[in-house]
Design a protein around this ligand. Structure first.
Ligand code: NI
Length: 205
């Protein structure tokens, strides 16, 4: 009796250890897919031309990822201008290896046509991405981007403001975070980081 109970306990313990090990394995695999730090990941969104796209559509390229919204009065335009300037400073060969993405955190207002008009103000290479509320929430979570309707009167009515994180992410073609740029970064710094990341990954596309 006592012995039987002990082996039941041991068996239970073994099962628990296996379960914990398997969970750790899954977590590690998940992190590996996202790269160090676990920033970024796969997505399914709609581009500013109304096409359904995933990260596979930009495979082989460095991504400059920015989350914002077109009603943003100052921060988003400033950051996108820097991205546009950096794109212009690259050689055309380098430019072909870089895809800037503007992902809206305000999909209710930022439909493809709105995004199309907006991104072309900054650079023809920038692709605007939108989606359902759930799709935007999923990609923002992967990039650990915070966003919310502004509190108080600013968040009311049709002209509501959004609060959001304002970093530009430089992702490598294999989905790793290479650099993170805060608002106010100058385009030279972005270009330098892009060139360093390109040199590190070799000339292969
Ligand atoms: Ni903004």
């Amino acid at each position: 009796m006592k012995r039987g109970r002990l082996s039941t306990l041991a068996f239970g313990g073994l099962l628990l250890a296996l379960a914990v090990g398997f969970m750790a394995f899954l977590t590690l695999r998940h992190d590996a897919a996202q790269g160090p730090g676990g920033v970024g990941g796969p997505f399914s969104l709609v581009d500013h031309e109304g096409r359904r796209v995933t990260e596979q559509d930009y495979a082989g390229r460095f991504l400059l990822v920015y989350f914002g919204f077109t009603f943003c009065p100052d921060i988003c335009p400033t950051d996108l201008q820097v991205v546009g300037q950096a794109m212009d400073m690259l050689t055309s060969e380098e430019r072909q290896r870089v895809q800037p993405l503007f992902i809206t955190i305000d999909p209710a207002r930022d439909r493809p046509a709105v995004l199309a008009e907006y991104v072309r103000l900054f650079h023809p290479a920038i692709v605007g991405l939108t989606g359902t509320e759930a799709e935007i929430a999923a990609v923002a979570k992967e990039y650990r981007v915070y966003y919310a309707r502004a509190a108080g009167p600013e968040g009311q009515g049709p002209e509501y403001m959004m609060d959001h994180s304002t970093q530009t992410f430089l992702m490598t073609p294999d989905g790793r975070l290479a650099s993170l740029f805060p608002t106010g970064t100058d385009p030279q710094a972005l270009v330098a980081a892009l060139r360093a990341a390109m040199a590190k990954s070799g000339n292969s596309r």
